[in-house]
Design a protein around this ligand. Sequence first.
Ligand SMILES: Cc1cc2nc3c(=O)[nH]c(=O)nc-3n(C[C@H](O)[C@H](O)[C@H](O)COP(=O)(O)OP(=O)(O)OC[C@H]3O[C@@H](n4cnc5c(N)ncnc54)[C@H](O)[C@@H]3O)c2cc1C
Length: 565
Amino acid sequence: MLKKYSVRCLVVTLLSFAPTRVVDSFGIIPALKSSPLSSSLFASSVAKADDKKVGLVNFADVPNEITEKNPLHVIIAGAGVGGLALANSLVKNPKMKVTLLEKTDQFKRFGGPIQLASNALEVIKTMDSTIYDEIMKVFTYTGDKENGIKDGIRDEWYAKFDLASPAESRNMAYGGVIERPDLQQIYLDALPDGVVKNGAGVVGYVRNKNGAGVEVQMDSGESVQGDVLIGADGIWSSVRASMRDEPKRGEGSGVSYSGYTVFAGELDYASHDNGQVGYKVYIGPNQYFVITDIGNDRYQWYAFLAKPAGSAALEEYPDGKVPYLGETFTGWSKDIHHILDATKENEVDQRDLYDRPPSVRKTWTDGSVALLGDAVHAMMPNLGQGGCQAIEDAFVIVNELEKCKTRNQLSGAMSKYRGRRLIRSAAVQGLSRFASDIIIRGFDTPAKIEKNENGSIKFGNFNYAGVVTRLLQPILPIFFTVQFNFLFDGWKNEFAVDTKATIGFIVFGGIILLLSAGSLEIGLVIGPLIEGLFGAEGLLLGGGEGVLGTEGVQNVIDAISSGIF
Ligand SMILES: Cc1cc2nc3c(=O)[nH]c(=O)nc-3n(C[C@H](O)[C@H](O)[C@H](O)COP(=O)(O)OP(=O)(O)OC[C@H]3O[C@@H](n4cnc5c(N)ncnc54)[C@H](O)[C@@H]3O)c2cc1C
């Protein structure tokens, strides 16, 4: 399963490099120019859907030009991270009117902490410096601390991530953590009254085939008309289902169970390394455990286990989840048991993880309707980028919409948004899935030559996975550097994508995946590929020598290709 899905994921991700078509909106909505009438109705009409049959909607006419008097009405479905970031930026523009439709009846303080990496922070700062300042007041930096992977059994560092240098060299803020409810509240407090409509679950939409506009239908039977619809309604998106004429969930929806379930705990905790370590990923056979400092002496942990779909709902833990996990991680680091022992049952949550392969062949946009965030590129949480990528989507949508002077440019603007976001989001999405596959199914306790008490030599965990895990040890810090450079460089999502960095990111991730999966003859593949990546052009490392230097890289290649297998 690992090989098949992940290789498919890699192929799909690579396919996203195919040139994207940017549609000229002038060719798409020609009728609009001939229907310049009043827009007041159009901008705020809420009608009963029962009055009309889908496809026979009476659209109000609007002037083609976007002005303060006839502002662009942008409807956003879903007030999650991406929808809120988008709404906040758009409402500041006097030529925009925003309606944010949220399914839930009221906002609750719900959900644990979310990591905002330096790329997302830079986007937030650029979109709205006041919001950024508010976030900073309740933010806990982790990017300036020690972070990385630990051998879960031997309890020693395996590889560290250097998150600080890539941020410092670009004069960007360190990444860190914020409680989701705090982030949500900051965005909600900044929105003018009347923008957010709670209890407004979107079920679908109809586009005006004869001109501008879209009608959004809600589960209440009401509908609302506007110029633009952004589907920011999460992984089970109704807007996506309507756009692609496919189900929201299940077969045909494109959303698939990742193969993993996650238990998460959040608690007050006195950690021995508080202030020194940000987050630690404990690896070992078939599972992994993460401990993160989330500030104010609070910690979060995650336990990722490979289990069949439905385990979160169906599986019972008669003695409780904490004792179950204690047993599951028997023999692992005392840090894991220490934090589990400190966790109360009501501080633990479990959810199955779903994601989707990159939407390369399927549409992201339909005229002036577009998908954002998890609705189009739901990803595994391993890189902590799902929310960050939703925020980047919002940034690009604002950017493209603000360039439009007339309504008949909207369709083209949405296509440009897709063009600017496709490669980057697909790369992050693909690598997030690779990371889970590698860590859970590929990684093991690293092979190690140890001494017994009597002084004799013992070969610790010298199986395939253990040896590969050990061989990857010097490569991973380079991969992390490549990954963070890619993420931190590209936050503007300009058209001129840093193709070299992206290819490096994907190919390097692919090599690691293939090694971990044991899919290919190691010596045949790894030597030429790594040589290519680190060779004369210094593709990944931006010049001559790179982190390891030619000799160091050669040693890695030699070690890997030396026929150990
Ligand atoms: C365990 C875990 C840990 C994670 N950690 C991180 C992390 O550290 N950093 C990070 O960047 N990302 C992280 N993510 C990913 C991140 O949570 C998501 O990628 C992010 O929330 C997506 O934002 P969104 O706005 O697209 O969708 P969501 O945040 O899912 O918001 C969708 C909104 O739409 C509403 N909605 C749904 N259907 C409808 C409808 N029909 N009509 C109207 N409204 C609707 C929902 O109620 C919700 O408010 C993690 C995910 C998981 C599962």
